[in-house]
Design a protein around this ligand. Structure first.
Ligand code: S3P
Length: 171
């Protein structure tokens, strides 16, 4: 199962919670990228640019889907905020049979959450953040499931569990 949603929507936090609750493998795509590149995300953006970041992101997504197909163990994957907004990634996710869950959170709340965190190269200023959110919405809306993520983490985990898809998908 893959979690999608804008920066600050709570993907990594709820993934940790669900994986410890259920014993599912927890995979963070951003973490895979930074481990493979041996650089932080801001470093990759600054030194190599966004296009190279997207290439690395796609490469790691291909890998993790292959791993899931091989071992068939259930896992929860936190995608980056832009992953599913790249058409080739969305196609790959569709093909793999992954269940895509959109953590939907109002832009005003995302702004509050992200203003406190400084490691997101795509959070430059409020206007560009709002613009990017609007551009991404049509992609997020293509997810298989939507949950309201403007709630405390425990409530978010409950909503995801209530979807009843655990045990039916590996990615
Ligand atoms: C990005 C979101 C980030 C990270 C990178 C690009 C985006 O992930 O992948 O900074 O394009 O929205 P989070 O959504 O986990 O912050």
């Amino acid at each position: 199962m893959c979690l999608t949603g804008f920066m600050g929507s709570g993907k990594s936090t709820v993934a940790k919670q669900l994986s410890s609750q259920l014993g599912w493998i927890n995979i963070d795509l951003d973490r895979r990228i930074t481990d493979a590149a041996n650089q932080t995300i801001p470093e990759i953006f600054a030194k190599k640019g966004e296009a190279e970041f997207r290439r690395l992101e796609h490469e790691q997504l291909v890998r993790l889907i292959a791993e899931a197909n091989e071992d068939q163990k259930p896992r929860i994957v936190s995608l980056g905020g832009g992953t599913a907004a790249q058409p080739q990634n969305l196609a790959l996710l569709r093909e793999s049979g992954a269940a895509l869950i959109w953590l939907d959170c109002p832009i005003e709340e995302l702004l509050i959450r992200c203003a406190q965190i400084t490691d997101r190269p795509l959070f430059r200023d409020e206007n560009s953040f709002r613009r990017l959110y609007q551009e991404r919405l049509p992609f997020y809306e293509m997810a298989d499931y939507r949950v309201d993520s403007n709630v405390p983490p425990a409530r978010l985990a409950e909503q995801i569990l209530a979807l009843g898809i655990f045990g039916k998908v590996t990615v």
